[in-house]
Design a protein around this ligand. Structure first.
Ligand code: NZQ
Ligand code: ZN
Length: 393
């Protein structure tokens, strides 16, 4: 087990009436003027935004609003938000939505505490030295951004989707009402389930050993979400299932399921290029890649995959570890099919990727062949291209 730091400062208020806590939390975390940041309209249509406006008005907390965050959020709106907040004297960003809205909020919050262009942090030109505080009212369990140290933005001008990690952007609070997720389309629910499982799997497939507690938590979490996620798609108004998945989304990506291990995150990095190239939904992109990545890296440690097969996928051991491992990967493939996720690039984008597109994605993922990704197996440009080709069947 590696040495590690575990830091999760986010105050979580979870449950049916959790939004009632909002004015108190804004006061507690020093908000004098708030930006309410939201997406394409679901939070307005559901009545969530009008309810929040009312609460802030009653509590005498001034606010301005900026909607229009798109999935795979754009740097351009972050720039707009920074300008608006400077002009209006905003000192607290309230994200009302999912990962895209939260990450756009984190981008604005970083930008307000920095004199240069916020993209510098995503380009590796600068490291964040602070951030304006962010709070979250979560509407979709998926990204885990409500507790994570991560912010992922898309620079459409440069064709780049990049992440920036620092503890400064961990939200001060997260309000999570599972009832707010009843309105999610089945596809978004399934993408969320896939992403949540993947955040833990990316940490589980590590070259490190001896993380018994972390492994037990990870296996329990992924197994539970697999079972509950499939049940939820048949029973979308089941409060307990919604609640368990919502809480798992936060735990899967706040660091808990990776304590003591160096994470892989290779599938995520490969997926971010799919999102950039084809503007696909993150969770669907992950499902399209994972089984191909898994078969490609399996021989590094078949026993790890065999353990995953037995403890997470409920697969009976068969033959040697490699055989059991392959059964586990096949079981994950079948799970994706049952929850309506794509399992290849053609299923994801409706056609085969061209050789040129795959080379571009590998080039971008390796930042012009200068970096590698992954830990369980390190992938350079050539290996990235190979995994894209395997997924392009
Ligand atoms: O825009 P609106 O109208 O709100 O619609 C959204 C959007 O179309 C809709 N939605 C959200 N809540 C809803 C709802 N529709 C009905 N009812 C509700 N209650 O769902 C769609 C997807 O929303 P989005 O925020 O894009 O989803 P998600 O939470 O999956 O976030 C995806 C983004 O997060 C990044 C991804 O790369 C992607 O850009 N990630 C961020 C991470 C982080 N910061 O820690 C980690 C992840 O690995 C991921 O990379
Ligand atoms: Zn993810």
């Amino acid at each position: 087990m590696r040495d590690f730091k575990y830091y999760t400062p986010t105050e979580v208020v979870f449950g049916k009436d959790s939004e009632e806590a909002l004015p108190g939390l804004l006061g507690k975390y020093g908000a004098h003027k708030v930006l309410i940041h939201f997406g394409g309209g679901s939070a307005v249509r559901s009545g969530l935004i009008p309810g929040i406006e009312e609460k802030l008005a009653s509590a005498g907390i001034p606010y301005v609003e900026l909607g229009g965050v798109v999935p795979n959020p754009h740097l351009s709106l972050v720039h707009e938000g920074i300008e608006l907040c400077k002009k209006e004297g905003v000192d607290f960003i309230l994200a009302v939505g999912g990962g895209s809205v939260i990450d756009s909020s984190k981008g604005i919050a970083y930008g307000l505490a920095y004199d240069g262009d916020v993209w510098d942090f995503f380009d590796g030109k600068a490291t964040p030295g602070g951030s304006v505080p962010v709070g979250v009212v979560l509407t979709i369990p998926a990204s885990g951004s409500e507790m994570s140290d991560s912010c992922v933005l898309t620079n459409t001008e440069r064709g780049q989707k990049r992440g920036c990690n620092s503890d400064f952007c961990r939200p001060r609070f997260a309000i999570m009402n599972p009832e707010r997720t009843y309105s999610l389309p089945a596809f978004q629910t399934a993408c969320g389930v896939t992403d949540i499982m993947m955040h833990t799997m990316e940490r589980y497939f590590s070259s490190d050993v001896g993380m018994d507690i972390t492994d037990a938590i990870a296996e329990g979490l992924v197994r539970t979400i697999r079972v509950d996620g499939e049940a939820l798609l048949k029973d979308p108004h089941n409060y307990e299932l919604r609640a368990n998945i919502m809480w798992a989304g936060s735990l899967a990506h706040n660091g808990l399921t990776g304590c003591g291990a160096a994470a892989d995150f290779g599938t995520h990095r490969l997926e971010h290029e799919l999102s950039t190239m084809y503007n696909v939904t993150h969770g669907a992109g992950l499902a399209a890649m994972w089984c191909h990545w898994a078969k490609y890296v399996l021989d590094v440690n078949p026993a790890r995959f065999a353990r995953f097969a037995e403890k997470v996928m409920d697969v009976e051991p068969a033959g040697d570890a490699r055989e059991t491992a392959l059964k586990g990967i096949a079981a994950m493939h079948d799970f994706y099919v049952r929850i309506g996720m794509p399992t290849s690039i053609p299923e994801l984008i409706g056609r085969k990727a061209t050789e040129e597109e795959m080379a571009t994605m590998a080039e971008r993922c390796s930042r012009g062949k200068t970096i590698t990704v992954g830990n369980f197996k390190v992938l350079g440009y050539r290996e990235m291209l190979e995994v894209y080709r395997l997924a392009n069947v």
